[in-house]
Ligand binder design. Structure first.
Ligand code: SF4
Length: 394
């Protein structure tokens, strides 16, 4: 066989025609290193190429490797739990930050995750992009189980899954200029091969987030406003051409006047890049703004999903008492409406200690509708119309 990296004398070998179908297609789409014996460029040692194995398996009458989720699903969590050990050296306790969660995020979709502080939203987001390890359960990226990925697949999964931090003030290195901050992911991942390529990528990305490159590349973070810093953070996440981004309350630290600007920026880059976004927020209104008419939302409480479904339906007719409480807590700017608005009265305003979550429904200590059964048995997620809800009222 001729040297695969050189292609044939008639020109380079074609890209693998199964690019969109193979579980590892996302790897092939960014790295094409060799040609497999079927004559296509293939990133893998061809003996590990799923298509080649499938081809051999079919010839041998053996079933080939299968994809776990449909092609539309970019990332999926299956029975995912993240448990932290807390307490003193002699009495460690398990804190379930994420408690047996199942979610999927589709291509180009925004899934808004809503909940109050300590509900496990950030832990879920960080685990989905590989910053935390799941204690139990699995994460699938393009249908491939992350825990069984090869080193190359895992590298690409981490590259294609980016995280935008809540605090633009502490997430940027204060000793580096905007250019140097943005050059780091490009150099670390060997995504550019010359200074000219690096400059082009940085300039284009800064323009895409609405910053004039010439005016900003030599500035330090302290010379930028909050909105500009968050735009640089977004540019850093977008530089590596991600497919999935976790935006962790990206506008919480910004002035109210800048929030809409940053949210609109996220929506426009999402449309341009067909990006999948997990948008973390404590505000149901903002969740709906980001998820839009067709997006979905998940409401989290003490590490569990309480309600999961179309964001629009959840906002218009929430089913779970906790979602109803969140909605009733949104301030009404019109004073006339505000006076007539019913605020749900909870049995307690303080969330329970996550180390001592109620044994039945986690919301039972605060829920105004709690019944005997709620204190003893934990309700599973049940489908009601288009929405999944964990409550004994349904
Ligand atoms: Fe309230 Fe019971 Fe439903 Fe929990 S299961 S939300 S306590 S009614």
């Amino acid at each position: 066989m001729s040297n695969p990296s050189q292609g044939s004398p008639r020109g380079p070998a074609p890209v693998c025609p199964y690019l969109q179908r193979t579980p590892q297609g996302y790897v092939c789409s960014i790295t094409q290193r060799s040609v497999n014996p079927l004559g296509w460029y293939c990133v893998f040692d061809y003996m590990n190429c799923p298509i080649y194995i499938g081809h051999l398996s079919r010839m041998a009458g053996v079933k080939g490797p299968e994809r776990k989720y449909s092609e539309d699903v970019v990332i999926a969590a299956e029975d995912l739990s993240v448990v932290f050990k807390v307490g003193s050296m002699f009495s460690k306790k398990d804190l379930y930050a994420v408690d047996h969660i199942n979610i999927t995020v589709n291509k180009g979709e925004t899934l808004a995750v809503v909940g109050e502080s300590g509900s496990g939203k950030t832990t879920l987001g960080k685990t989905l992009v590989g910053l935390y390890k799941p204690t139990t359960g699995r994460i699938y990226f393009h249908g491939r189980d992350v825990s069984t990925m090869t080193d190359e697949e895992y590298r690409v999964y981490r590259l294609k899954s980016q995280y935008i931090h809540q605090d633009p003030y502490s997430s940027l290195n204060p000793y580096k200029t905007v250019y140097d901050i943005l050059a780091v992911p490009l150099r670390a991942n060997k995504l550019v091969h010359s200074k000219a390529e690096e400059e082009k990528a940085i300039f284009e990305t800064l323009e895409s987030v609405g910053l004039n490159p010439k005016a900003y590349i030599n500035k330090y973070p302290f010379e930028l406003s909050g909105g500009e810093r968050q735009r640089v953070s977004i540019a850093r996440a977008l530089l590596v051409k991600p497919e999935f981004v976790v935006a962790d309350e990206p506008v919480t630290m910004l002035d109210a006047s800048l929030r809409l600007e940053v949210l609109d920026l996220l929506l426009s880059v999402q449309k341009e890049m067909n990006l999948s976004i997990l948008f973390i927020t404590h505000d149901l209104g903002m969740a709906y703004y980001m998820a839009g008419e067709r997006g979905r939302a998940a409401v989290m409480y003490l590490g569990s999903i309480m309600e999961f479904g179309p964001a629009k339906e959840m906002l218009e007719s929430p089913l779970h008492p906790y979602t109803q409480a969140l909605l009733s807590a949104i301030p009404e700017p019109d004073p006339t409406k505000s006076r007539s608005k019913k605020v749900m009265k909870l049995r307690s305003l303080d969330p329970p200690n996550p180390l001592r979550a109620p044994p039945g429904c986690k919301f039972s200590d605060r829920c105004p509708f709690a019944m005997d059964r709620c204190f003893k048995e934990r309700p599973p997620l049940k489908k009601v119309g288009n929405t999944w809800v964990a409550c004994w009222l349904y």
